[in-house]
Design a protein around this ligand. Structure first.
Ligand SMILES: Cc1cc2nc3c(=O)[nH]c(=O)nc-3n(C[C@H](O)[C@H](O)[C@H](O)COP(=O)(O)OP(=O)(O)OC[C@H]3O[C@@H](n4cnc5c(N)ncnc54)[C@H](O)[C@@H]3O)c2cc1C
Length: 568
């Protein structure tokens, strides 16, 4: 079985859970009508099902290679990328002044889910361009915008993000790459960056790097970092790719999965760069790209979860083993209670992650569409939801892919089913773009520097959801208590419980979304959704009080043993 894009489910979530219809009532997104959305979802579904999905397994077996200094990607990627670019899928939310469609991130997010389901490796390429486009729209000079944005938006050129160095991973502030003025108003960037996704390739004619580096004498840490745009080929006077810049791919990594995405070690050797944003203010500019990418990576997890679920369900309906406890006893493994448990878990977690990711995108859009206090409230909501979307979305991707292997039994461990590929490919989503541990620390640190205002506003929304069994209410109470505890305690005590705290949010927001969906549905769909919500509340949401205890334990027990004790 191949991938079938869940167009109806996405539309249902947008309409009845997120309430995305509000977008078309704003001036900025007046064109984001239901008709426009349905046309986009249907067309993107066709591309993902017919063009991208067949390449997924090929990309695993024939991943990117570096040959004589040239990166060659999976056969078929170039044509498929061309179809993505020509379909306008890179620039759905980009500025119409430069060729974008100007539609909400909510729509982009829905499309990105499908791309991630169909072929995670290839979908990562336009995802990076989208983040770079947003960073340039917000921080670049008019000249840079005019030159680069039309080509990035059309997909003729692609974008990358260059943060990581051998000694600067989670601690970006430790980076050593440097940039010196060249007397021509531009900069010479020197240094090595590692793990650069789509750092070079053969699917488009130019690669535009956004590189973090330090100016001579810059302060240490993140306060001394500037951002540079460094093209692979420097555009000539007509804007066409001209002279090769002084940069090269040293090697490509051999990875656990995501083989189709070239992950490059990049060497910049006095490469010509253009500064984006102010001197020493590069981190703030890069955060525009990073926030875009954090949501995008959460959606990668969601996309793989959906694809892994579809594959597992299809297998479970075919495979026969043992006597099944319902019907005539000759049913397929889908009728065994434990297989049902796995499938229900996969389906409900996927729907929970979808609702959170779409809600995050929607909040970002509302912040852009409105003004004043209203915009500020949506902005704070989006900022609070972003680490949850990233970490919960990718945890769900990993957990659902894991269950997908388990549903297949031994065949899950055999590569030909493709179940194992989902598990291998999605693993990195919990690591890159800030590990999920770092996301949880962001949630309990920076995102609570407002004194808990954003958290409490969301808690109030959760309390307003009508759920008669009381299970949702109890989870919200536990979450409210854990939130108070976080606000009352010191950073390292918060960080010690940050991961379980973020999980509490993911499960509770997800449960509320399932309950809302069940209440809004009609006919047989209402029965189906009520059963899914009921199961999630019992089997998944029930973990929340236990997680609260873990979240509010503090750091002391973690340091009860020394590092030497751990080795004893
Ligand atoms: C396939 C792939 C693609 C990538 N693509 C890109 C890319 O395009 N551009 C780019 O710039 N980078 C990219 N990366 C790099 C990625 O973002 C980093 O690997 C990631 O941020 C983690 O950094 P690190 O690997 O140095 O791990 P480390 O920072 O060494 O972390 C190791 C462990 O320690 C934990 N840890 C570290 N610091 C703390 C702390 N302060 N508190 C608590 N725990 C901590 C981490 O959570 C993790 O569990 C990619 C990586 C991979 C594997």
């Amino acid at each position: 079985m191949t991938y079938t894009a869940p167009v109806r489910e996405i539309a249902f979530c947008l309409d009845h859970v997120v309430g995305a219809g509000r977008l078309a009532r704003t001036d900025r997104y007046a064109d984001a009508t239901d008709d426009a959305r349905d046309a986009i979802l249907t067309e993107a579904a066709r591309l993902c099902e017919q063009v991208l999905a067949p390449l997924n397994i090929v990309s695993d077996r024939q991943g990117a290679v570096l040959e004589n200094g040239v990166v060659r990607t999976t056969p078929g990627f170039r044509e498929a990328y061309k179809a993505i670019a020509e379909g306008g899928w890179v620039g759905i939310s980009a500025d119409p002044e430069f060729g974008g469609m100007g539609l909400p991130m909510t729509f982009t997010t829905a499309v990105n889910e499908m791309m991630s389901s169909a072929c995670l490796s290839l979908g990562l390429c336009p995802l990076l361009s989208q983040g770079q486009i947003e960073a340039l729209e917000n921080h670049a000079s008019d000249e840079i915008k005019a030159l680069y944005l039309p080509r990035l938006i059309s997909g003729e050129w692609t974008g990358t993000m260059n943060l990581t160095e051998p000694s600067a991973g989670s601690d970006v502030g430790a980076l050593r790459s440097r940039a010196e003025p060249d007397g021509q108003g531009t900069w010479r960037v020197t240094g090595q960056k590692i793990f650069i996704s789509w750092g070079d390739h053969d699917v488009a004619e130019n690669v535009v790097h956004l590189v973090l580096a330090r100016l001579p004498g810059a302060p240490s840490g993140t306060k001394g970092i500037s951002l540079f745009l460094v093209p692979k080929f420097i555009p000539d006077e007509n804007g066409a790719p001209g002279q090769a810049n002084s940069l090269r791919v040293v090697s490509l990594e051999h990875k656990m999965g995501l083989h189709g995405s070239p992950t490059a070690v990049m060497e910049f050797d006095g490469a010509r760069g253009w500064m984006i944003g102010p001197e020493n203010g590069g981190m703030a500019c890069m955060f525009t790209m990073m926030n875009n990418a954090r949501l995008g990576v959460g959606v990668q997890g969601l996309g793989v979860a959906e694809a892994a679920y579809q594959k597992a369900l299809a297998y479970a309906r075919e495979r026969r083993q043992g006597r099944t406890p319902i019907g005539d006893g000759n049913g397929a493994i889908v009728d065994h209670a434990d297989v049902r448990r796995m499938l229900l878990r996969m389906k409900t977690l996927t729907e929970a992650a979808r609702a959170i990711c779409l809600d995050t995108a929607f909040s970002t859009d509302m912040a852009r569409a409105l003004s004043g206090d209203e915009a500020a409230a949506w902005k704070a909501r989006a900022a609070f939801l972003t680490p949850i979307a990233k970490a919960f979305g990718t945890d769900v991707g990993n957990e659902v892919a894991y269950e997908g292997v388990q549903v297949h039994g031994g065949m899950g461990y055999i590569e030909e089913t493709g179940a194992a590929q989902f598990s291998r490919d999605v693993r990195v989503t919990a690591i890159y773009e800030g590990t999920n541990g770092i996301q949880a620390m962001d949630l309990t640190g920076r995102k609570m520097m407002d004194g808990g205002a954003a958290a409490r506003a969301l808690l109030a929304e959760l309390r307003a959801v009508d759920e008669p069994s009381g299970r949702l209410g109890r989870a919200v109470d536990a979450l409210a208590r854990a939130t108070d505890w976080m606000l009352d305690n010191q950073p390292n005590d918060r960080f010690a419980g940050a991961v379980p705290y973020l999980r509490m949010w993911g499960l509770t927001l997800g449960a509320a979304a399932l309950v809302k969906g069940a209440a809004a549905a009609s006919g047989d769909d209402a029965r189906r959704r009520a059963a899914l919500a009921d199961w999630f509340l019992r089997a998944e949401l029930s973990a929340v009080p236990g997680l609260a205890e873990a979240a509010c334990t503090g750091a002391a027990p973690l340091y009860a043993l020394s590092a030497d004790d751990l080795a004893a």
